[in-house]
Design a protein. Structure first.
Length: 56
């Protein structure tokens, strides 16, 4: 899982870096398809829908 770019320091030449995580036995599946509506299923569906709607 990649968490994107982070501002690690104020140094001009080394300003950004990335962080990744390895998950041992992930308990989720993300499937994205073109659609007119959002469908989220699972234990955290309300929370996931809330955050997803903030970014789209």
């Amino acid at each position: 899982m990649h968490l994107g770019f982070l501002d690690l320091s104020s140094d001009y030449y080394h300003q950004f870096g990335g962080i990744g995580l390895a998950l041992n036995k992930p308990k989720f599946k993300i499937e994205i398809n073109q659609s007119d509506k959002l469908i989220v299923r699972g234990e955290e569906q309300e929370r996931v829908s809330k955050y997803f709607n903030k970014i789209i």
